[in-house]
Design a protein around this ligand. Structure first.
Ligand SMILES: [Zn+2]
Length: 403
């Protein structure tokens, strides 16, 4: 057993503790509480907290860092990304693997201990396992005009099962309402319901272009689908027009507490009350939203409407780094009235729960994994929770590694 004491312990599950201890045995938390222990390793002026949870990223896109310029229109941004990805047909190309490995290392150095990783190729699964970064990998399917959705899902499930295991789990996820047809949504939903770790994810309400497309089947996304040769008048099936993206997926029966909806920049009050009632978690990625030209998410409304909020960085194609503390800094700017503790909870416990790892990660509680980080805190800091939202450089973060 190793016991640490520090000036601050942030259990997340409870009040911050000024002058407390954490005991660790066999990689798990054995105890946490107030007071110093004589036999403890004194870490001094640091805040000890659970490792951060990046609920939404695409590690396989790390090689596109700084290669997709910021978008003034979301659909234009997507078009550029698709064109670039098309130049790299081999997902195991050296450039892709090297960039993904570097991204994982940088994320770990910035205090991230669990990720929700979107992958179209599954190249990240062995990589995450090799680098000991626990993850829920979402094997993302795209098919606006898929002619045999059940067979596609069966094949995807076979690949997922072959790779899933231990701390790197794989489940299936649809990309977005404008790129996945209703029958494919339904087939994925059936698969998720039957799986051992039933979690899924979908990009939803990201851009005004998406809202227009789902409502009226018009606009720049319609034009893009036509150019790609996949547009069909029958895409909506029996579902009515005029719905919001949340209304549409809700009609489809896809949304419930096992689904992480990503972005939500366009969500209105009706959307948020539906999501709150369904127990859906929003994964918000505010830095990426701005970069791709989607705008800022209504973060304060997410919290005010009592919807669970997690945070993600999104991929290095649309963000400067995978530092979750930088994401929190932007979140704080967008949501100045939300209590600091709730934002920190979003970046830890809420994300861990949404990824299906709530009993293992996200808080300092006896029995959970000892995935703990210590952040150096300057002498003049009075409000340590607020300080952690001000932007923390990786050089101020260290991992507690028991000896
Ligand atoms: Zn994404």
């Amino acid at each position: 057993m190793t016991t640490y004491t520090a000036d601050w312990i942030l259990p997340i599950a409870g009040e911050p503790i000024a002058g407390g201890f954490v005991a660790v045995a066999d990689g798990r938390i054995a105890g946490v509480g107030r007071g110093r222990r004589a036999d403890a390793r004194d870490l001094g002026r640091v805040a000890v907290m659970p490792a951060l949870v990046n609920a939404h990223t695409h590690l396989e896109l790390s090689y596109l860092h700084r290669r997709v310029p910021p978008g003034t229109s979301f659909t234009e941004w997507v078009r550029t990304l698709m064109a670039l990805r098309g130049q790299y047909p081999n997902p195991e190309a050296d450039e892709i693997v090297t960039a993904a490995r570097a991204a994982v290392t940088a994320a770990q150095e910035a205090g991230t201990g669990l990720v929700g990783d979107i992958s179209n190729t599954l190249m990240t699964v062995p990589l995450l396992r090799d680098m000991s970064l626990p993850a829920q990998v979402f094997y993302e399917l795209i098919g606006f005009n898929a002619d045999d959705p059940v067979r596609r899902v069966t094949e995807a499930r076979r690949r997922a099962d072959a790779l899933s295991g231990g701390d790197v789990r794989v489940s299936l996820a649809p990309h977005a309402p404008y790129s996945v047809a209703p029958p494919l949504f339904a087939a994925i939903r059936t698969d998720v319901d039957a799986s051992a770790h039933p979690v899924s994810s979908v990009h939803l309400g990201e851009s005004a272009d998406e809202v227009e497309f789902v409502r009226d089947a018009t606009g720049s996304i319609r034009a893009l689908l036509e150019q790609l040769g996949v547009w069909t008048e029958a895409w909506r099936g029996q579902l009515p027009s005029g719905l919001s993206p949340v209304g549409y997926l809700s009609e489809l029966g896809f949304l419930d507490r096992r689904v992480l909806v990503v972005h939500g920049v366009q969500f209105d009050g009706d959307d948020l009350s539906q999501l709150g009632a369904l127990g859906v978690t929003i994964a918000s990625c505010p830095r990426s939203n701005r970069y791709v030209g989607a705008g800022d998410p209504p973060l304060e409304a997410f919290y005010a409407m009592d919807v669970d909020v997690a945070f993600g960085t999104d991929s290095l194609a649309s963000v400067a780094d995978l530092n979750m503390f930088a994401e929190l800094q932007t979140a704080r700017r967008l949501a100045p009235r939300v209590p600091a503790r709730r934002l920190l909870e979003s970046a830890t416990l809420v994300g861990a729960r949404a990824l299906g790892f709530g009993s293992e990660f996200g808080s300092i509680e006896a029995g959970k994994r000892a995935a703990l980080i210590a952040i150096r805190v300057p002498a003049d800091v009075r409000d340590v929770e607020e300080y952690l939202l001000g932007g923390i450089a990786p050089s101020a973060v260290s991992w507690l590694t028991p000896n």
